[in-house]
Ligand binder design. Sequence first.
Ligand code: BGC
Ligand code: BGC
Length: 838
Amino acid sequence: MKEQQGLLASHRATRPLAIRLVAAAGVTLAALAGCARQPAPTADSTPPWPSPTWPLATDAALEQRVRELLTAMTLEEKVGQVIQGDISTVTPDDLRQYHLGSVLAGGGSAPGNDEFAEPAKWLALADAYYAASIDRSGGRIGIPVIWGIDAMHGHSNIVGTTLFPHNIGLGAAHNPDLLRRIATATAEQVRTTGIDWTFAPTVTVPQDDRWGRTYEGYSEDPAVVASYAGVFVRGLQGEPGAADFLGPTHVISSVKHFIADGGTENGKDQGDAKISEEVLQKVHAAGYPPAIEAGVQTIMASYSSWNGVKNHGNRYLLTDVLKGHMHFGGFIVGDWNGHGQIPGCKPDNCAAAINAGLDMYMAPDSWKGLYTNLLAQAKDGTVPMARLDDAVSRILRVKLRAGLFEAGPPSKRPLAGEFNRLWSDDMRALARDAVRQSLVLLKNEDGLLPLDPHSHVLVTGDGADNIGKQNGGWTITWQGTGLTNSRFPHGTSIWQGIRGAVAAAGGSAELSPNGSFRRKPDVAIVVFGEDPYAEMLGDRKVLALPIAQNAHLGILRKLREQGIPVVSVLLSGRPLWMNRELNASRAFVAAWLPGTEGGGVADLLFRGPAGSAPRDFTGTLSYSWPRDATGTPLNAGQPGYAPLFPLGYGLTYAKGGSVPALPEDPGVPDSLINAGFFLEAGNAIAPWQLREEGGAALRAEPVSDGVQQIGRRFVSRGGAAVRVGLQGDQPLDAQREANGDVLLVLRLRSGGAIPADLWMSMACGQGCAGKLLLGPQLRKLPRGEWQTVGIPLKCFQAAGADMARITEPLAFGSGSAFDISLARVQLGTNPPVTLACP
Ligand code: BGC
Ligand code: BGC
């Protein structure tokens, strides 16, 4: 009993949910407890895994072709076939020379390294890779390439595309039919650019909302995920058995990330899921059986570990469970150098992954070394030939089923080049409908909503006219940062939607960045929330907005003092501690990350015109809403479950909705709220402290904009070594950030010329630092203006900083005179200016 309690307590997030599901399935709690006590998995001691049916009957003609191809292929061609490189490092010539079976465009990759490349460039590049792949010169066999991309919420890498709400919002819609239509539409979008394969849908079941990928999951509830996984795959690939299955209007799907990516300890991205096999099955496997029954062609392995073992190297999970018990008949693709995290492996050297059952390596930048090493390992038997042949066969089957050998060049296939489909009226109407269905009304005191569109409406908050912010991560850029509204030529901001609705009714609307107004409004709509992030950059220690994203609090309170009723619209990738905002608002809408059709928000905030079909909120929470900011895992069914709003909560206009006054103390230290931020408005953020060294040579003073402090100015008169540092005694671990191309981002202004000997560094304890001479680059920036500048963490790393234990995220100094002001220092991506490693 003691052991059982320990096991259950170690993942209190997941236990109760499992119990609920198991109970529903007619299994007793005692049986579950018995299973949770089981030691390491062995074939006969583990509970049975689900055993879905693979829907595609063995096709004798297809198998014959696979055998013929295998016989004809050289070893080099086989090895190349199981490797996927990223378009940022693979040229069509490389693809030909190394026989690569696949390319991908990762989050930051685009034709010509231009993230804003027009769709035609993507299509042209698809043609170039295809032509290289089928080239038969010199006796090459010429197997058509497949190209994979993260079409996460629509074809989200392509400028101009209509983007749908992220999965968390679709979860709130509870509408599988809507999901099928979105998947079909996404396939169509991807096809216009000649791409074959999307790394979607994500069927994770997040159990700890501090995880940065919570929004990629439909729900904390496995039942919701299961109800979507199959229909989404069918929408993308078509119906197994139908004539157009994997046909030219469909794309290959990849469900991900197998398995328990959303079950890691403390919600750490790429972390360790310390859970029983029972929880693995009942909670985290939920999406896989329906996806397999829909004939999903590929499954992506998760970066994460299960009880200390990296999934990429877990033979039991990949081979015995997925291909064995679960009858998966497609191929397993790895995640971005995920194989390199297996102990003993490196991104360019890892026989263990294929031997465990991985079929295609995602080796974005490591493909060349990997090819050489894998070839040697196939020759010397480290990788058994039977295993290599099996992996190649699985890949060939998918390519044959998708008709790629007969399809011709991507640009000649149906839908190719029909780019106006990316933003057609139908696409936009579908996305706008999805937005309406995803909104969850959490508070509506005295029936404030629906608003009268004839009123005078103030619209404010940093999310009001910010299409980038309403789209979140995986939007054009990997992190979804660095985007102005002009990057969304066919999108609508929430403000634009409101302005349209009000104008059509004869009312008036005023947009204000800071909550001031020309004419006293009848009502104010404040749009705020999380700035975009993806993957580990979204990991949080607690569920409260960091200080740099809290400008709306002052606005809300001021409006309340003026007696103006406030509607809050929260943009976020997860439930957050919102007690202060709820107190200050009469109505509160969780809008998640709605995508490019911001008009869908106004559709439900305002009463429709007379005679129009009545509309109302229908969305309900697919994640439990917390009462405090601690971020302690909160999932329906757990003992003592005490959410502020439970799973399934959501009001309508009619269903009354006041919320009693809530306590306003977050109950967690600021240092946890602001992790990743080091300095804001010129003030060091706890636990970091500014240390200014230079004696009489250095003068430091606050900088203000006339109203409030916005930065801190450091003036050195030269002649002595001056040093300013941000120090702390709790070291920061930024290894994953460094691997993911994250930067140290500074907002700074230089009063005069920056001296050539100005350096910046990151330190990692006594005698450990990476110091960069940056004066020569910084002095080229315009003087006297605020600039946002990024320095890749990799530069500091290469110069000697140990990213596992950063004790000083920034120091700078010089022996010469300078005049530099700093407003903000944080980890970030896509700054307007990126410095090169000197
Ligand atoms: C992510 C995957 C994604 C891949 C390719 C990885 O870092 O975990 O979800 O499909 O990159 O961009
Ligand atoms: C890529 C993403 C990838 C990530 C992995 C980024 O540089 O652009 O696609 O998911 O690295 O950490």
